[in-house]
Design a protein around this ligand. Structure first.
Ligand SMILES: CC[C@H](C(=O)O)C(=O)SCCNC(=O)CCNC(=O)[C@H](O)C(C)(C)COP(=O)(O)OP(=O)(O)OC[C@H]1O[C@@H](n2cnc3c(N)ncnc32)[C@H](O)[C@@H]1OP(=O)(O)O
Length: 327
């Protein structure tokens, strides 16, 4: 039996699962099994004993919510995979300040799936179109699915998709121009880094909407800035400008005007981390991710396994051959 990764979760591929996935043409992306049963349990999608995928676990019927979301069209999620190994994903719905329509939520999942099987990839930039990041869910769709059942399904769908986005073996950065509000603020936390332009604002406006984050944004925010700061941002629905963002560790850098276009500046910033061999960069992301998400014992095992994929590999042999010095 082989081990594969399905929708961000590592699992044993039973003949039944293989059949089911082939039948519904779902992508299985093979990258080992670094995140193990802990992830299975966390997402509640798998029976630990049999390790078979259940479509209906947690009442989460993905195909149902997908169909429902498609009823709210508009905008798109664009993806450009570049030769440099850096991809640019653009949330594109400028007439609504890049709010997420239902069809955009579905497209986001499809783009994440595409990136999961992009083996040459090293980095990812997530940006909004037309100089602003994203104003959260499209309020027209939100009103139409404001019943608890649909809300839970949408939340589960976006939570799973953003978890998979964060777990991509790519070093990711959110380029925040203009506003990142509500779900848009949550999206920034599904990237490894956040860069802001000097006039940009990140605001978890959920409290003002009578809500809390549901796309995993609170859980990730606590891990990025700690629970005290997270409480302040959520309970105060505080506007985070670049200065505050840097102070509390939400923002990694501020893009200045003389860096030219923000996207060019972000590519330059990211390239300091993506320079070099793709397998090594991807392995670095994986060891850091497992260190963050797994228990120490599980993380150590995963680290050994990932170490084994680069030891004696082309980049390692080349460095040995060149007698590289680290002056
Ligand atoms: C809370 C979490 C929740 C979730 O799903 O988990 C969400 O994310 S709910 C959405 C939270 N976001 C909002 O409530 C944003 C509300 N909008 C605004 O505050 C403003 O529109 C703002 C600050 C984004 C932009 O203000 P500005 O003055 O620059 O422009 P306009 O207001 O004229 O906006 C232009 C145009 O965009 C429409 N718009 C903006 N955001 C949304 C949205 N989230 N959903 C739908 N439409 C949105 C706005 O209505 C304007 O359209 P128009 O047809 O011209 O009236």
């Amino acid at each position: 039996m082989s081990a594969l990764r399905f929708r961000g979760v590592a699992l044993e591929v039973t003949p039944q699962l293989e059949y089911r996935c082939r039948k519904s043409k779902m992508a299985l992306c093979g990258v080992g099994r670094p995140l193990l049963q802990k992830t299975h349990r966390a997402l509640g999608c798998f029976s630990k004993k049999k390790q078979t995928f259940s479509y209906k676990a947690n009442g989460f019927q993905e195909e149902d919510i997908r169909k429902k979301l498609q009823l709210f069209p508009g905008g798109s999620i664009e993806l450009q995979k570049q030769e440099s190994g850096i991809a640019v994903m653009t949330v594109n719905n400028p007439a609504r300040m890049n709010a997420f329509s239902g069809s955009m939520m579905v497209e986001l999942e499809e783009r994440v799936c595409e990136l999961e099987s992009w083996t040459e990839g090293k980095g990812l930039i997530v940006q909004g179109a037309a100089g602003t990041f994203c104003s959260g869910s499209d309020l027209n769709a939100v009103r139409a699915i404001s019943n608890p059942q649909d809300g839970m399904k949408m939340c589960m769908f976006m939570q799973t998709t953003l978890t998979r986005l964060l777990r991509l073996p790519l070093i990711s950065v959110a380029l925040v121009e203009g506003k990142a509000l509500g779900g848009g603020a949550e999206l920034t936390t599904a990237c490894d880094f956040r860069l802001m332009t000097s006039d940009a604002v990140i605001q978890f406006v959920h409290k003002h909407m009578g809500l809390v984050p549901g796309w995993g944004g609170a859980a990730r925010l606590v891990r990025i800035i700690g629970s005290q700061n997270a409480l302040k941002l959520l309970a105060g629905a505080k506007k985070v400008d670049p200065n505050i963002g840097k102070q509390i560790g939400l923002v990694d850098d501020v893009l200045t005007v003389d860096e030219g276009s923000s996207l060019v500046g972000t590519e330059r910033w990211l390239s300091q981390f993506t320079k070099g061999s793709a397998p090594v960069i991807r392995a670095i992301k994986k060891v850091v991710l497992s260190g963050k998400e797994l228990s120490l014992d599980e993380a150590l095992t995963t680290e050994r396994n990932i170490f084994g994929t680069v030891w004696g590999g082309p980049a390692n042999l080349e460095a040995l051959e060149l007698k590289t010095k680290h002056k």
